[in-house]
Write a protein that binds this ligand. Sequence first.
Ligand code: PNS
Length: 167
Amino acid sequence: MSDGERIAVCPGSYDPVTNGHLDIIGRASRVFDRVVVGVVGSAPRKSGHLFTPEERQQLIEEAVAGNGIDNVEVRIFRTLLVEFARECGATTIVKGLRAISDFEYEFEMNQLNRTLAEEIESVYILASPGYSFIRSSGVKEIAAFGGDVSELVPASVAAALRERAKS
Ligand code: PNS
């Protein structure tokens, strides 16, 4: 970290990254000097994840590069989020909010994270209108039934989902 740089972490499962996530990451990248996308690194194919943490990381890296964003890096973390934020030199956690239904969970996370690390602020970016209905679980379900997800995720993710549906 260089002095005075405003760094934010954008944490999530990203299984897989969607256009909604990319909307939040892109907008955060315009507010902060640097954004570290934190992919939570549970064991491969555990907890219902379709993609390994490394696969999820790569899909985000490709999508971010494809969008021409150059102040974003993608890292896997296996610690508490606030520890990861400290390690990155971040002062802020950025989360996306799609609807009121997201609020209760995010409120609880906020309280826990604040109890653990009062110096790290969480801020929330509201989903752009076209993205408020997209969630990774819905995208995976559509793809599993052979449905078209090309409007919901980047092309590389749609291709990865098609491959996974075959296996
Ligand atoms: O995309 P998700 O699944 O809503 O992301 C959840 C995530 C990764 C942000 C959350 O599970 C998390 O922060 N995990 C790391 C462990 C932690 O610090 N938990 C919060 C305090 S109990």
